[in-house]
Design a binder for this molecule. Structure first.
Ligand SMILES: [Zn+2]
Length: 511
């Protein structure tokens, strides 16, 4: 994009006219309505680099902190118990790494609405609030709005619903992340150039009585496509686009990577297509969220988290390949918005040992397993654990103590202990009750939270056997890593707050 304006950072007088085409609040880290800072105002920005990036990729792994990244490295590196080897992911090899704190104005365990707002707008706000200051009323201008005003095209990609909190923070300003309909209306009015990935949550409103917001999006000039052929045919002359994944899983999201079929579109395809659609002389900014790293961590399903992190790595590779062709014009950032699940490598019962290869015996996500069991329950209301054990063996690789294969020494690691089998019996008994008849007490809250008692018991058992622990079904206060490569990457080293990611972007982009 345009040339940087070093004078701003030196505190020199600078005519606003020079800033025409971009935003007048440039160089002012705090939300402000004044157009020009006094010449003597202290400026906190670090010294700018010489060049500004024409292409900016911001990858956000929802719920992805150090341990989610590290778990993917261990899983791909160490596939045998007792062998310690770790494989780097493409972004862990980026030349610059930093660490960002994630607390918001109401919690040290923040949510995606407030943390994505900190990244997109540079402000702290309440959990649940999108794109508004802490007063829940005034609107800071987001990085995407500033860059759009400066002439860049804007793309927003997410593996979860496109009006979910993280993507919404880059195009909407609203007091509640749950107002999905209004968020989608703001999407329609954003005039941003490319939306891709999941469907729209509550397209006809909470009570399903409003006109379909997809029509509003179309009426604002968007081409809405949802077949593989139509999506793959998109290009730089397609105009404004919303590409919806043809295959949708829980709540309208792209399926977990572990459940994806060979010819399904993936997050990588949406990044590739984003580049095709957004390509133009003035450059582009693309935010790509991998949202189900978070969802799998909420459910304490380690392998689904790991495989979605590896799918995220593939999506990032698309940007890395693009950067290889445009090395002097591209900045790539990879970060998380917060940690989810209190995931640990190391578990109380396994001490200093891990055996991540055990995870490889899991064949589907917890949510796919839930629907498998739901179908079995429908077909046989008197389903017993004995009926289900072969399905558990098939899809989690776990053997009941009574299974003939449990006698084979090599299968010892995959055989349930008596203690684990008792947990499984309890989880199955709870799972067979109608949802509103399930036991509700502090112990079952800790054991199952709101998840299906059978599948969450199974993920806990297989994770614990592998040496992975969980402390929460919610978010935690662990800081997140920030990896950077390309133009201006050096500004992202060190330890800082998530609001600084916005401020550094402003600086790097010369706004
Ligand atoms: Zn979450």
């Amino acid at each position: 994009m345009k040339k940087r304006i070093p004078g701003l950072f030196l505190g020199l007088m600078m005519s606003v006219s020079i800033l025409s085409g971009c935003d007048n609040q440039a160089g002012t880290p705090a939300p402000s309505t004044s157009a020009v800072q006094p010449a003597s105002a202290p400026v906190e920005q670090t010294a700018p680099a010489e060049k500004t990036p024409k292409y900016v990729f911001l990858f956000i792994g929802d719920g992805m902190s150090h341990v989610q990244v590290n778990a993917a490295q261990v899983y791909t590196g160490n596939n045998k118990s007792g062998e310690v080897a770790m494989k780097n992911l493409n972004f862990t090899k980026f030349p610059v790494a930093g660490v960002a704190t994630t607390y918001d104005s109401t919690s040290f365990c923040p949510d995606s609405a407030s943390t994505a707002t900190s990244i997109s707008c540079g402000v702290k706000t309440h959990s649940g609030v999108i794109g508004l200051n802490v007063d829940k009323t005034t609107k800071p201008q987001s990085i995407t709005e500033k860059l759009k005003a400066a002439g860049m095209k804007i793309g927003i990609v997410s593996s979860v619903t496109i009006n979910h909190a993280t993507p919404a923070a880059f195009y909407a300003h609203i007091a509640s992340r749950n107002d999905y309909y209004e968020i989608a209306e703001q999407l329609a009015n954003s005039n941003f150039d490319y939306f891709g990935g999941g469907a729209i949550s509550e397209p006809t409103g909470k009570d399903k009585t409003k006109p379909d917001v997809t029509e509003t999006i179309k009426s604002k000039g968007y081409k809405v496509v949802n077949t593989k052929n139509d999506i793959l045919a998109l290009n730089s002359s397609s105009g404004k686009v919303y590409a919806v994944n043809p295959v949708l899983q829980d709540s309208g999201s792209i399926p977990y990577a572990i459940d994806t079929k060979a010819d399904d579109l993936t997050l990588s395809d949406y990044v590739k297509k984003g580049i095709d659609v957004l390509d133009n002389e003035k450059g582009f900014f693309m935010m790509c969220e991998s949202g189900k790293i978070d969802w799998a961590c909420h459910a304490n399903d380690a392998l689904s988290t790991i495989t979605d992190t590896l799918a995220f790595e593939k999506a990032i590779q698309v940007a890395v390949d693009f950067a290889d062709k445009h090395p002097d014009d591209t900045l790539i950032l990879v970060t998380g918005d917060h940690e989810t699940g209190g995931m640990t490598i190391g578990y109380a019962a396994t001490g200093y040992n891990t055996a991540f290869d055990i995870l490889g015996r899991q064949k589907m996500s917890y949510i796919a397993f839930d629907s498998l069991i739901t179908d079995m329950k429908k077909n046989n209301p008197k389903l017993t654990l004995n009926d289900v054990l072969p399905v558990i063996k098939e899809n989690f690789g776990l053997l009941a103590p009574s299974d003939p294969d449990a006698k084979i020494e090599a299968n010892k690691a995959y055989t349930l202990t008596d203690y684990e089998f008792e947990k499984l019996e309890s989880g199955f008994a709870e799972s067979m009750k109608p949802t509103d008849k399930r036991t509700k007490n502090p112990e079952t809250d800790l054991l199952y939270s709101t998840y299906d008692p059978l599948s969450v018991t199974l993920t806990h058992i297989i994770n614990n056997k592998a040496g992975i622990g969980w402390t929460s079904y919610a978010h935690t206060g662990t800081p997140v890593p920030v990896y950077a490569m390309g133009v201006g990457a050096e500004q992202f080293g060190g330890s800082y707050d998530n609001t600084d990611i916005f401020k550094k972007l402003i600086s790097v982009c010369g706004l």
